[in-house]
Design a binder for this molecule. Structure first.
Ligand code: ZN
Length: 149
């Protein structure tokens, strides 16, 4: 299978069958992230155990890239420290902006590296980074955490 095709399959799979979509019982941090230019609208929920992100889930709607991206992100950050998750977000942002192309450096992203192609699609950048950006925002500013309605 061609590599780009393979990546597209990963994105499709996460979009159609998200593993981390749903409402979390008793999340520690909750933040809504919106990308008005596309209509992507998510609510990220994190469960913390000290410095460790014990669970990550999201609810919301949006395009395939935004939904697949946040699902892959949740998959990657569960079990990681907050610091590690923020470091991964930096790498992801760098990849999407086209500043990081080195495969060894992108390895930390695992499946999320499937979105590297978005660096050639300026209109989709905000879709791809929505979940990661929302995660950075809430980890850096936990006082912004919202109540799940
Ligand atoms: Zn979108």
């Amino acid at each position: 299978m061609e590599i780009k095709q393979f990546y597209r399959e990963i994105v499709n799979e996460h979009n159609l069958h998200p593993m981390h979509k749903g409402r979390m019982e008793g999340p520690d941090l909750v933040l809504r992230g919106v990308n008005p230019s596309c209509g992507d609208d998510i609510i990220l929920q994190l469960k913390l155990n000290g410095e460790i992100i014990e669970d990550a889930m999201f609810i919301g709607t949006g395009c395939a890239i935004s939904q697949a991206s946040v699902d892959m992100m949740a998959d990657q950050i569960i079990g990681k420290t907050k610091e590690k998750a923020l470091e991964m977000a930096q790498v992801f942002m760098g990849m999407i902006k086209g500043n990081i192309t080195d495969e060894a450096e992108l390895e930390v992203l695992d499946e999320a590296a499937a979105l590297q192609d978005v660096s050639h699609m300026p209109a989709r950048v905000k879709c791809a980074v929505l979940g990661w950006h929302t995660m950075q925002e809430i980890l850096n500013n936990p006082e912004k955490s919202e109540k799940l309605s």
